[in-house]
Design a protein around this ligand. Structure first.
Ligand code: AAL
Length: 425
C-alpha cells in the first residue's frame, strides 16, 4: 500500500513537472512576435494590425505585387499654346498597341479663351467654356515609345445640337472586342457646372483605331432613378473584358454639386454586358467601390485590381477583388497617377490570369494658373506587373524636395472655395 502511494506521488510530480515544462516551452517559442518577419500568421494572440498584416498578399510591402512607386515623364509632341489656357488635354484612354503603334484617345479642348469655372457656368457661351472639359472633342494620337506622340486628329467630335454630347464629348476609354474598337465617353448637353457635372455615357465604334467612328448609342450606362446614388451622372467609363463579358466600371458623385457641393463624395459601379452597344446591366452590389476618383481597373491574376486615388476613406490604395466586385485594400500608395490609364495588353483578352502593367498615361489638371487653367497628359512608369521585377520601384521612401511641400503653403487654405477664410493665429 505504502509503495503504491509513493509511486502515485512520484507519478503526479512527474506529470505536473512535464506539464510545467510544456507550458514554459510553448511560451518561449510562440508568445512573442518573432524577430524574423513571419510569412504566415503565427499561432499566438495578435493585435488588430498584426492580424491585418497577414490579409495582404505578402506581409512585407516590398514583396507585394500590387505595391509600386510611380515615376513620371513629360510627353513630347503636344503643343499647349505657350500655356495660355486655350489648349487642354486630359483623361487619356488606356494605350493599346496596334501594328507596332500605341494609340490613345483623350479629351482635347481648344477654345479661344480658358475656362471660367464651374461656379460661373451660367456665363458660359458657345465659345466660353465653363470647365476644362467643356466644349471638348475626343482626339487621338499615336506613338512608338509611349513618350513622343503624334497627334492625329479628331476621333469623335461634338454632334450637332440637340444630339447627346452637342455641348462636349469627354473622358473617353477604349474597348477592343471581336476585332472592332469601341470608344465610351461622357456626352454633355449643357455646360458642366450648370446643374452639376451631369452627363450620360455614349459609345462610338470603328473597324480601325484610325476611324472613322460611327455613333453607336447614347445613355449606354443607365442613370439611377431619382434618389439613387448614380442619378444624373455616369463618369469615367472604363471597360475591361472579364469572365468573357464586358465590364464597364464608372463613377458617380453623391450629393451633387452645386446643390450640396460641400458634401461631395464619389462612388463607383460596374455594368456588365455581352454586346458593346448594350444593353448593360448594373451589378446589384453597386457601388462596388467607395473610394477613388477617375477609375482605373485591370485584370490581375484571376480577379480585378483597382487603383483608388484622391477620394474616399481608402484613397491612395491599390485594391483587389477575386470577382471584379468585392474589393479589398491590397496596398497603400503615394504620388499616384491621376486618371491613370495603364497599358495592359491583356485588358480585353479574357486570359483569366491578368499580368498587370509597367506604364501608362495620366494627367495633371493644374498645368496652368487659375486664370489660365488647362491640363497636360504625362507618362508614368511603375512595377505593378507579375512579369517584371524592378526593386527600385518597390522602395517605400518617396522623397520630395522641401519646395514641393512649401508649394502647398497654408495660404491656399484661406483661398479654398469652401474654406472659411479665417486666418489661424
Ligand atoms: C474628371 C472625370 C470626369 C469628370 C471631369 C471630366 O476628373 O472624373 O471627366 O466629368 O473630371
Amino acid at each position: 500500500m505504502k509503495s503504491k502511494i509513493i509511486i502515485a506521488l512520484i507519478g503526479s510530480v512527474l506529470v505536473s513537472c512535464s506539464a510545467k515544462l510544456d507550458t514554459s516551452s510553448k511560451k518561449k517559442s510562440t508568445s512573442v512576435f518573432p524577430f524574423k518577419m513571419p510569412t504566415e500568421k503565427p499561432n499566438i494572440s495578435l493585435s488588430t494590425s498584426s492580424e491585418r498584416m497577414f490579409e495582404y498578399s505578402t506581409p512585407r510591402v516590398q514583396d507585394n505585387e500590387l505595391f509600386s512607386q510611380f515615376k513620371y515623364t513629360r510627353l513630347k509632341g503636344f503643343d499647349y499654346n505657350n500655356g495660355d489656357g486655350t489648349i487642354s488635354r486630359r483623361d487619356p484612354s488606356r494605350p493599346i498597341l496596334v501594328n507596332g503603334k500605341y494609340y490613345i484617345w483623350y479629351t482635347k479642348r481648344h477654345t479661344t479663351v480658358p475656362p471660367i469655372g464651374w461656379d460661373r457656368a451660367a456665363e458660359a457661351t458657345d465659345v466660353i467654356p465653363s470647365t476644362d472639359w467643356d466644349l471638348c472633342d475626343i482626339w487621338y494620337a499615336t506613338s512608338t515609345d509611349g513618350i513622343t506622340w503624334e497627334e492625329k486628329g479628331v476621333a469623335v467630335s461634338r454632334p450637332a445640337k440637340p444630339q447627346s454630347g452637342w455641348r462636349s464629348v469627354a473622358t473617353p476609354d477604349i474597348l477592343v472586342w471581336k476585332g472592332k474598337y469601341y470608344l465610351y465617353y461622357q456626352a454633355f448637353d449643357e455646360p458642366s457646372g450648370l446643374r452639376g457635372d451631369l452627363c450620360p455615357v455614349s459609345v462610338s465604334y470603328s473597324d480601325s483605331p484610325d476611324g472613322p467612328w460611327i455613333h453607336g448609342g447614347d445613355k449606354v450606362i443607365p442613370f439611377g432613378k431619382e434618389g439613387e446614388w448614380d442619378q444624373n451622372a455616369t463618369h469615367d467609363p472604363h471597360p475591361i473584358v472579364y469572365k468573357g463579358k464586358i465590364y464597364i466600371y464608372y463613377k458617380a458623385a453623391y450629393n451633387k454639386w452645386p446643390n450640396d457641393r460641400s458634401h461631395y463624395a464619389v462612388g463607383h459601379g460596374v455594368v456588365i454586358g455581352e454586346d458593346p452597344l448594350g444593353p448593360f446591366k448594373k451589378h446589384p452590389l453597386n457601388p462596388v467601390m467607395q473610394s477613388g476618383h477617375e477609375t482605373t481597373y485591370f485584370p490581375f491574376k484571376g480577379g480585378v485590381a483597382a487603383l483608388a486615388i484622391k477620394d474616399g476613406n481608402e484613397r491612395e490604395t491599390m485594391q483587389y477583388s477575386e470577382d471584379g466586385v468585392n474589393f479589398k485594400i491590397a496596398a497603400g500608395l503615394s504620388l499616384t497617377p491621376t486618371a491613370a490609364a495603364p497599358f495592359c495588353p491583356d485588358a480585353f483578352t479574357n486570359s483569366g490570369n491578368g499580368r498587370g502593367f509597367t506604364w501608362g498615361l495620366c494627367h495633371f489638371v493644374n498645368a496652368g494658373t487659375p486664370q489660365k487653367s488647362y491640363s497636360i497628359m504625362a507618362r508614368f512608369d511603375c512595377d505593378l506587373s507579375l512579369d517584371y521585377n524592378e526593386p527600385a520601384f518597390k522602395d517605400t521612401g518617396v522623397w520630395h524636395r522641401p519646395e514641393v511641400y512649401f508649394a502647398q503653403g497654408v495660404e491656399s487654405i484661406y483661398e479654398h472655395p469652401e474654406g472659411r477664410g479665417v486666418k489661424k493665429k
